[in-house]
Design a protein around this ligand. Structure first.
Ligand code: PMV
Length: 334
């Protein structure tokens, strides 16, 4: 058994996933569409270990229990599925804030699923690999694919038809950019895993969002195919705001926004309406904002964003590739 290193990018949903019909298999209540971020990534290395238990190093430190627990559970699940006994040492790191609403679980579990697949020669098909990543975190199923992806909600109880597939490769829309605006880098107070089930169980607007969001899937596919930023942007903003409304309506209410989140939303709308700059926002389970725009407008948008009180950092990204195996760079000897 050799050492395996993989890389995977987080993905940002344009049509969101929020809620499970089967919590242990991570089967979603609806289909979702996402794009992958090239500039952000998780890199994961697996080596054989002679210890009794698997070990996890996260961002160059022993992973805290809260973050290590789902990773260990995932590895055990995969080992059980494939009747594997070998212990492993996992080293994983993100080049962006972990568990802060920037989809580190999507890139993390996609990189880990691929690393396990290659390390143990599981020989999964692309669909099976997406399903494997889904066991770690629902949205990880989409990070396997790269480019623009559709995660089918599926109908089967065993989840065998709930996987993501690529709609268009990363090269489909080279001028499209996503600006990730970081307003808070600390870990979330409630995990997306718990928060989404609270919405499913208690939010009166949840069923209505599911219906509206499902209806947006075909239009979103069309918008991406036609490279129509206005269509995808309007749909993405509406879907994100409707999803957050289901959270605000939950009991007790869930609110991931901070004051800077609202100011960014206002700024993006002003840039669009007053300066005719095509830019649209989407927000996940955290206060940070992702902005869809074109490369030629990035500098103007960034100038406005850095004026906002509470904006810590902005990362601009092209669309990213699928999860893949890499040969890590060796430190130079001279
Ligand atoms: O896969 P999870 O448990 O991290 O959930 C992700 C949920 C959202 O990011 C809010 C929406 C989505 O579709 O990615």
């Amino acid at each position: 058994m050799t050492t395996i290193t993989t890389i995977a990018h987080p993905n940002i949903a344009l049509i969101k996933y929020w809620g499970k019909r089967n919590a242990s298999l991570h089967l979603p209540t609806k289909s979702s569409i996402a794009l992958t971020l090239d500039a952000l990534y998780t890199q994961t290395t697996i080596k054989a270990s002679d210890k009794e238990h698997d070990s996890i190093m996260l961002n160059a430190a022993i992973a805290p229990e809260r973050l290590a627990h789902p990773i260990i559970q995932f590895i055990q699940h995969v080992k059980q599925l494939y009747h594997i006994n070998q212990s492993i040492a996992v080293t994983t790191s993100n080049n962006f804030p972990t568990a802060a609403g920037l989809a580190s679980s999507a890139s993390g579990f996609a990189a880990l699923a691929l690393a396990l697949n290659d390390f143990f020669s599981l020989q999964t098909t692309p669909q099976e690999l997406s399903i494997l990543a889904r066991y770690g975190s629902g949205s990880a199923s989409r990070s396997i694919c790269g480019g623009f992806s559709l995660w089918h909600k599926g109908l089967c109880d065993d989840g065998s038809d709930s996987y993501a597939e690529q709609l268009f490769p990363a090269t489909h829309w080279p001028e499209l950019r996503v600006i990730v605006v970081v307003v808070n880098q600390t870990c979330k107070t409630i995990s997306s895993r718990d928060a989404m089930q609270q919405s499913v169980a208690t939010s009166p607007s949840y069923a209505d969002w599911i219906k509206k969001s499902e209806d947006r899937i075909d239009l979103m596919k069309q918008g991406i195919a036609e490279k129509n930023i206005h269509l995808i942007g309007e749909l993405a903003e509406q879907d994100c705001l409707d999803m957050h409304q289901t959270m605000h309506d939950s009991k007790p209410p869930i609110n991931f926004f901070v004051p800077a989140t609202y100011t960014i939303i206002r700024t993006i709308r002003e840039l669009r309406h007053k300066q005719s700059i095509p830019c649209y926002f989407t927000i996940d389970a955290g206060p940070n904002v992702k902005i869809l725009c074109f490369e030629k407008n990035v500098t103007t948008i960034l100038e406005q964003l850095y004026e906002i009180n509470g904006v810590i950092n902005c990362m601009t990204s092209k669309i990213g590739e699928q999860a893949r195996r890499i040969i890590p760079e060796q430190p130079s000897s001279c």
